[in-house]
Design a protein around this ligand. Sequence first.
Ligand SMILES: [Zn+2]
Length: 115
Amino acid sequence: MSFKYSSKINKLRTIALALVFIGIFIMYGGLFLQASPLFMTLLMIIGFLCIILSTVVYFWVGMISTKTVQVVCPSCGKKTKMLGRVDACMYCNEPLTLDKQLEGKEFDLKYNREL
Ligand SMILES: [Zn+2]
């Protein structure tokens, strides 16, 4: 299989980082709308909320990181963290599973719903 999956924790971190940039960008955009204080305030609030949301996501990543299982990736040999029954290696995105029954089966994140 050539299709690679990215680790859930990495994905959440990417989302949190993206939110910071989106928030700053929206707030920066607000500076160009000084002629209309209402829109400027609105953009500032939306931008601020994006940054708050990003902080929440970062905090959440920290919380769920404590629930992860540390395994040694069979592909790259590095220690990686797994979230749920199936996840991908944080370094090489190799699909990993903790469940012997799922070994060899097609990698599918929906297995995590059975947790
Ligand atoms: Zn790996």
